[in-house]
Design a protein around this ligand. Sequence first.
Ligand code: GLA
Length: 379
Amino acid sequence: MNKIMLIAFTVGSSLCAGAADSGVANTPPMGWNSWNHFACKVTADDVRASADAIASNGMKDAGYVYVNIDDCWEGSRDEQGRIQPNQKFDDMKALVDYVHSKGLKIGIYSSPGPKTCAKYEGSYGHEEQDAQQYAEWGFDYLKYDWCSADKVYQQSQMPEVYKKMHDALARTGRPIVFSLCQYGYDRVWRWGASVGGNLWRTTEDISDHYDRMSVIGFDQDGLESFAAPGHWNDPDMLEVGNGGMNHDEYITHMSLWSLLAAPLLAGNDLSKMMPETLSILTNKEVIAIDQDTKGIQGRRIAREGPLEVWAKPLADGGVAVGLFNRGESTNPVTVNFKDLGVHGSAKLRDLWKHKELGSFKDSYTEEVPRHGAVLIKIQ
Ligand code: GLA
């Protein structure tokens, strides 16, 4: 096992030194977010139903914790400038308490600009007050989305603008995961951790289509040195179960996000989920790759046209390997052990099939369906 050494992986980044360590997000955050399915229609009842589902369908047991409200909860400000929820979220404290009562945590959303992306009230000029309000309500996570901030700030001010909210959150004394969302502008991975970000979006929005998901996911190669425990690259939330991709494409989505040590925020309607979706979202062997305590983001180690091999070194000395087929027909995909620093034989396990594959020498080849993936662990 100790012969497995994946060379050229750099762990963490010296640029991140000095990032505020709030003790959260030691592994990539897992949970659910309202946006990909409900978008602006989300209500407090939808959030309660998601918490109910996570607490009872095996997701909580698999590691899903955060129940995150995205945009469209905001109402207006009162005479003291305090942000109020809109009529769909009349009693925020009661909602927070409900989610906490299920043993889960809860997240909220805002923008540093005057308006959010959906044109609701943003935090501009009210950063301190909003941070205090989120903490008073009991929130555990904030997604802070650039949106209309372009109207009041230069792009070069992004780091100070994000740090301002981070510092305001820190002053509340409540551990709150800080999620930066500015679509990867200005190489955020180089400075996101230094302004207190626990995760930062590296791209514009995902959608429930193989072409969009795969471009985002496979384009993460090269960002691996910027991720480490406490601060992660975020290629956006999951679309698994939203209906726009087939089974093999969702297997690719979940396998790739796990190899990338990406946050796993389910984005479907958890109250009406097909068993197939639940089984993709709760495969514990796959989730263990994402949540591995070493916190190394995987990278591409080989490519032959549309066929790709990705690898992620693990804390126990093993390596997770993804065989991907981005092509239009079934194709054999090969991992050469020498690309992993393995000389001779190694034992392989299929993490989707929960099956030992046996011992192989020098390489392993498997047929991978169109747009599909095989995820194996090499020990
Ligand atoms: C932006 C973000 C999305 C979502 C919407 C909400 O587009 O990138 O993830 O939060 O705003 O309006």
